[in-house]
Design a protein around this ligand. Structure first.
Ligand code: ZN
Length: 423
C-alpha cells in the first residue's frame, strides 16, 4: 500500500512539474510575442514622435554618388552607402542637405564649373521622384513639403573655393537654391583659413568678410564646419544672421580640430546658431580617433591618399574607406563605436547651451558611421535614446529639425532686411 501510494504521489508530482513547466513556457512565449507586438511605452512613444516631426540632416555627401559611373538611383534601396529614398522613408528622415563638394585644391573657373555641375545633378536626380522628394529653398518650402509627405531636398556648398574668388558666384549659387556654404574645406581658400591647414590669413581676409556679408544678403547660411577657430570667430563677428556648423561635434568629448570647443559652441549659441552633430567615428570617439590616426596616419592624410587612388570618383572613396576600416577592425586595431557616442555629443551640447542650439549633421555617405547609425533607416534610435534620457518631446523636435528651420528662417529674414535697405 505504502509503495503504491508513494508511486502515485511520485507520478502526480511528475505530472504536476511537467504541467507547470509547460505553463511557464507558454507564458514566456506569450510575453515574448507581446513584447514584439507591443514594445515598451518609450519605444512606441518615440516612434510616434519621430514619424510626426521634422527630421532634417544638414550634411550628406550623397551627391558624390550621382557622379559615379554606377548610375546611382536615389529611388532604389541600396545595401551600401547610407542614403536613398526608401531608407530615408524607413527612418523618417524628411529633410536632407545634399552637399556640393569638390576637392579643396581645385580653384578658379574649374571649381565653379564642377560645383555648377553637381548642383545640376542634385536638381535632376531629385526631379526624377516628384512624389517623394522636392527641391526646397526656404523654411516655408520645407514645411510645405512635410505637409505633402515629401522629403525636402536642400543644398549646401562645402567649401568657399567653389566661388572661384568671384563674389557674384554667391548670387548665382543662391539663385540655384544653395542654402548654406561652408567657408573652407580641408585646405585654406584664398580668403579663409581651414582647421586642417596651416593658418595663412589669420582667419577671414577682408574679401572673406565681404563673402559672408553677401551670403547674408542672399539668405545663404554661413557654415563654419571645417574652418579654423579664428575664421569661426571672424565669421561670427561679421555675420548678421546666426551661423551653423553643418557637421561638427564636441571637442570636450573628442579632441579633434574638426569639432568645436565648448567656448565656440557657447559663442555660436549666443548668436542663435546651431551645432549639427557629425557621426564620423574619429570626430566623436577619442579612442577611435587615436587608434585610427596610428593605423592610417589620420583622417585628413588618409583622405589625401584616397584622393590619389580614386580621383573624383566618390563611390570609390566610400568603398576604399570602408574596406580600409573593415581591415583595421578585423586586425583589432580599431575599437567599436556605437550610436550612443552620437547621443553623448548631443547631450553634451544640450547641457552646455540648451536644446535650441543642437541638431543633426550626419556626414552620411562621406564618413565612417558608428554601429547602430549606419544609414538613414536607423534614425529613430536617436529619438528613442533621447527620450530614454528624459528629454521632452518639444526638445527632441528642436534637435531633430526645428532648430534648422529656425536658423533658415532667421537667414531669410536678414536677407529680406538687407535687400530692403539696399536693393
Ligand atoms: Zn565635411
Amino acid at each position: 500500500m505504502r509503495s503504491a501510494r508513494a508511486i502515485a504521489a511520485f507520478v502526480f508530482a511528475v505530472i504536476f512539474l511537467l504541467a507547470a513547466n509547460a505553463f511557464v513556457r507558454t507564458e514566456h512565449a506569450k510575453a515574448d510575442a507581446y513584447a514584439i507586438a507591443h514594445p515598451d511605452d518609450i519605444t512606441a512613444r518615440a516612434h510616434k514622435l519621430h514619424f510626426s516631426t521634422y527630421v532634417i540632416d544638414t550634411h550628406d555627401d550623397t551627391t558624390q554618388r550621382f557622379l559615379s559611373k554606377s548610375r546611382f538611383d536615389l529611388g532604389k534601396r541600396y545595401t551600401d552607402g547610407s542614403i536613398d529614398i526608401p531608407r530615408m522613408r524607413e527612418g523618417g528622415m524628411n529633410g536632407i542637405f545634399f552637399s556640393i563638394w569638390i576637392d579643396g585644391k581645385t580653384m578658379g573657373p574649374e571649381a565653379i564649373r564642377q560645383a555648377l555641375d553637381q548642383i545640376d545633378l542634385v536638381r535632376v536626380n531629385v526631379a526624377k521622384y516628384p512624389k517623394d522628394i522636392v527641391l526646397c529653398r526656404t523654411s516655408d518650402d520645407v514645411r510645405r513639403a512635410h505637409a505633402e509627405n515629401k522629403i525636402a531636398a536642400l543644398m549646401g556648398v562645402e567649401g568657399g573655393h567653389m566661388i572661384g574668388n568671384d563674389i557674384h558666384i554667391v548670387n548665382i549659387f543662391a539663385d540655384l537654391g544653395v542654402r548654406y556654404m561652408t567657408l573652407s574645406h580641408f585646405y585654406n581658400t584664398e580668403w579663409s583659413d581651414s582647421s586642417t591647414d596651416k593658418p595663412a590669413h589669420n582667419g577671414l581676409t577682408d574679401f572673406g568678410k565681404e563673402v559672408v556679408r553677401e551670403m547674408n544678403r542672399d539668405g545663404i547660411m554661413v557654415d563654419i564646419s571645417h574652418v579654423s577657430d579664428k575664421t569661426f570667430y571672424d565669421a561670427l563677428e561679421v555675420s548678421k544672421a546666426p551661423l551653423i556648423a553643418s557637421h561638427s561635434s564636441c571637442r570636450a568629448i573628442c579632441d579633434h580640430v574638426r569639432d568645436m570647443s565648448d567656448d565656440m559652441i557657447k559663442a555660436l549659441a549666443a548668436k542663435g546658431g546651431v551645432i549639427q552633430i557629425n557621426y564620423e567615428k574619429s570626430f566623436i570617439d577619442q579612442a577611435y580617433k587615436g587608434a585610427y590616426a596610428k593605423a592610417s596616419g589620420g583622417v585628413v592624410q588618409h583622405l589625401d591618399e584616397l584622393k590619389k587612388k580614386c580621383g573624383d570618383d566618390g563611390e570609390c572613396f566610400e568603398r576604399e574607406m570602408k574596406k580600409d576600416e573593415e581591415k583595421l577592425i578585423a586586425e583589432g586595431k580599431l575599437p567599436h563605436v556605437t550610436y550612443e557616442k552620437v547621443i553623448e555629443h548631443i547631450d553634451h551640447a544640450v547641457k552646455l547651451v540648451g536644446a535650441d542650439h543642437v541638431g543633426l549633421g550626419s556626414d552620411f555617405d562621406g564618413a565612417n558611421m558608428p554601429e547602430g547609425l549606419e544609414d538613414a533607416s536607423k534614425l529613430p534610435i536617436v529619438t528613442e535614446a533621447l527620450m530614454r534620457k528624459g528629454y521632452s518631446d518639444a526638445d527632441i523636435r528642436k534637435i531633430l529639425g526645428e532648430n534648422t528651420l529656425r536658423v533658415m528662417a532667421a537667414a531669410e529674414k536678414v536677407s529680406a532686411e538687407m535687400k530692403a535697405q539696399n536693393p
